[in-house]
Design a protein around this ligand. Structure first.
Ligand code: TXE
Length: 501
């Protein structure tokens, strides 16, 4: 059913925006139909760059969640009975249909999140398509594991887990949703998605694509809403078998507390406070560019961002000056402008949180080397703007140096030895990612392996191969997704042992 049909059932009319293309009032997608929520609570979706209303998202409740889980449960047996290659064909159809809307994805994502259009195109749109294609390829290549004994043969059957709850945040909306949906349905599960209420537009687009390609009804369902009203009942639902969650660590704790007592399969990808470690023997030009990108991509709102920059003492002053020059050369501005490097922060509340950390940094003894409020044209005066901010002079134990800020704020710290660099890098409750910059690859590998995180890059950052494990240690999460780890998480490995005649 097309989104506007739900208006005919007498519920709130689906307004359309000025270009007549996008529904302003979003609907849930349940059992292959776009449906209005049962209640009548809505939330305005604001454009971060202007503060203007962009759409309205339903604040669905327990009853909507119940319908979606029921639809997913009903669809699961038939979907789970398809072969890997049949499901791979469905993923490819979704990828093709998404690719046809590449520019639409980029535009919606940029408008909805405030990120620069170039980033939305090259990262968000590109990865959303390639996630479906990649997992289609993996499913086709997937071979049953066999373990021979002299007296018997073991073989492993990867069965679907059942109904999955997929909960995603606002920083990389479709990128992260597609990263979960593709392997989840690829392994024969059916799913209920709960995207961030702040950035629902591309999740809605994905549902329209899924509807357009005629994916069997109930395989992918979506319930819009906030964490308390829709996310929590979804995680707690007795008919949900697995939960894949990406978001803040505090929310992850609640999700784990709800899912663990009933033994739901659980994957948590949470926050980070990642270190970029710069050694004196690095290639200075490439390192400055790489560390700036690691610090400020997506306005610093990526869990992998390197927000603590540890610099070997002997080059500290020279690196700092070049780094600050490069940061100040970045253009903060209109997200729809191709030349923009940094757009707006996701929300007023988040901006205030990030600015609060800058104030705290001053109280903790830090000095601001750059930052402030950028001067924006009148049309952006109600947007959530902040210049990229560089702070030095903080103790590595300070709150600003150890807590996740999740904005365009980095702190610089000198170190005098490898051991000290590793100790500072590990001096946080988080353990997601990191990067090491050096001309000595042996040292790069040695230091990488000493850092307590799930992933480290040497002389690069966010250099992603979709086959590798992705996830964190300590308070950055539980479990791994990516490549065969995703296929493993979204399935139950069953061993069958057949005694030889
Ligand atoms: O995320 P939340 P928020 C970090 C970052 C940020 C902080 C809070 O530090 O400042 O988290 O951000 C849903 N049960 N990251 O509050 O609340 C919610 O509706 C089930 C890091 O925006 O974690 C949304 O769909 N679901 C992160 C999703 O959880 C619940 C990216 C994430 O929202 C729920 C974003 C509940 N009780 C923020 N409460 C990363 N790892 O990349 C909320 N939700």
């Amino acid at each position: 059913m097309e989104p506007d049909k739900c208006c005919e059932s007498g519920c709130i009319p689906c307004e359309r925006d000025s270009d007549g293309q996008e529904p302003l009032d979003l609907c849930n997608y349940i059992g292959g139909e776009f449906v209005c929520p049962m209640g009548d609570e809505w939330m305005n979706v604001l454009e971060p760059a202007t503060g203007h209303r962009f759409a309205r998202v339903p604040l669905s409740g327990e009853a909507d969640v119940g319908d979606a889980v029921r639809a997913a449960r009903m669809a699961q047996p038939a979907w789970g009975a398809l072969s890997h290659s049949e499901r791979a064909d469905w993923l490819d159809r979704i990828a093709d249909a998404l690719e046809a809307r590449y520019e639409e994805i980029a535009t919606l994502e940029s408008r909805d999140t405030g990120k620069p259009i170039s980033l939305a195109r090259d990262v968000d749109a590109q990865r959303s398509v390639s996630n479906f294609r990649f997992f289609a390829g993996m499913l086709r290549e997937h071979e049953q594991e066999v373990f021979e004994m002299s007296s018997a043969t073991n073989y492993v059957v990867n069965k679907p887990v059942g109904v999955g709850a997929l909960i995603t945040p606002w920083n990389l909306p479709l990128y992260l949703l597609s990263w979960k949906v593709a392997p989840a349905i690829g392994m024969g599960n059916t799913v209920v998605c709960k995207p961030s209420e702040l950035t629902p537009m591309t999740a809605d687009l994905l549902m329209r694509v899924i509807d357009e390609v005629d994916l069997p009804a109930g395989v992918v369902n979506l319930v819009h809403g906030d964490g308390v009203g829709a996310g929590a009942p979804l995680v707690a639902h007795s008919d949900v078998d697995l939960v894949s969650f990406t978001g803040g660590t505090a929310t992850g704790e609640k999700v784990a507390a709800s899912a663990a007592p009933v033994f739901k399969k659980l994957s948590l990808e949470l926050g980070g406070k990642n270190a970029s470690i710069v050694f004196a023997d690095c290639d200075m030009d490439a390192t400055v560019a790489g560390v700036v990108r690691a610090g400020f991509l997506n306005q610093g709102q990526v869990c992998l961002c390197g927000s603590r920059i540890l610099v070997e003492e002997s080059i500290y002053d020279g690196f700092r000056d070049r780094f600050v020059d490069a940061v100040e050369a970045m253009r903060v501005g209109d997200p729809s402008d191709e030349a923009t490097d940094l757009g707006a922060l996701i929300s007023r509340q988040h901006l205030e949180k990030v600015q609060g950390y800058v104030e705290l940094a001053k109280e903790e003894g830090g000095s601001l080397l750059s930052g402030g409020v950028p001067c924006m044209p009148a049309e952006f005066e109600h947007g959530n703007w902040m210049a990229p901010t560089v702070i030095e002079g903080l103790s590595p134990n300070s709150r600003c140096s150890t807590e996740e800020i999740f904005g365009p704020v980095v702190t610089l710290h000198p170190f005098s030895s490898e051991e000290e660099a590793v100790a500072i890098a590990n001096n946080t409750r988080y353990g997601l990612a990191g990067s090491v910059w050096t001309g000595n690859l042996e040292k790069g590998k040695r230091v990488s392996e000493a850092i307590d995180t799930g992933m480290v890059w040497v002389n690069t950052w966010l250099h992603r191969d979709l086959r590798v494990p992705f996830g964190g240690v300590k308070d950055s999460g539980v479990g791994r997704e990516g490549g065969k780890w995703s296929l493993g998480f979204f399935s139950e490995a069953m061993n069958v042992c057949v005694k030889h005649d």
